[in-house]
Design a binder for this molecule. Sequence first.
Ligand code: ADP
Length: 256
Amino acid sequence: VYVVRIAPLPAGEGTARYVLSFRDISELRRIDRMRSDFVANASHELRTPLASMRGFIETLQGPARDDAKARERFLAIMLDQATRMSRLVDDLLSLSRLEVKSHIAPDSIVDLVPLIGKVRDQLGPLASELGVEIVIEAPPGKVEVTGDPDELVQVFENLMENACKYGQDGETVDVKISCDAGRPVEVSIRDHGPGIPAEHVPRLTERFYRVNVEASRSRKGTGLGLAIVKHILTRHRARLIVRSREGEGSEFTVRF
Ligand code: ADP
């Protein structure tokens, strides 16, 4: 998309002369469209649970006023909806904070071995609820990278939680930390779930992109986890590599 400007040059000998200038605004247009898509998506995601909560409140004020059983059930659903909205707002705030500081490089020395062990412990209750076991393979000693410890916890929490949520009941989630001489430090998180069809892989880190919206919602997803991961890794000058085959599970690798 171009903006074209036509400006007359000072009159020369008889003939009128003009300057045409072209400015490519495709990138600005693209960013603008992305921003308004994002606001529309975020509003929609918040509006859905709100509309449902209003419906339940109206029912509780009217037809279900004296029905103790319905009241219990509706209150439980409303609590679920409110929790979902809080999660969404937390993720939106995380993203906007990350955008503000995107140009500042984090500078602490972080040992990934205890950090990933801590994330596994935090995810313990979810993993056992979903029937998966998180198995960590790490080299002896420290595996240090430069980074922000809280943000790296967020990265591995999101990736390991996804592997548990979208993995296979009764299977393991395999987390491998490697730091071979002369090679970059890598952490790979592998699950044995249904995998991701190839056409979706390049878009996974887009905000609100989900392969299956219902599956994501039922697993308490916001659709923002991988977008947050990508932002944090960009700040850390690290990369996310996704390998996935339908029916064979997925592997998300962070390469520092
Ligand atoms: P969500 O909150 O929906 O989990 P994410 O941004 O974390 O959002 O992930 C985006 C989408 O990528 C998910 O909705 C899911 O469809 C897909 N996805 C992520 N991780 C996996 C995985 N390990 N296996 C299969 N699909 C996955």
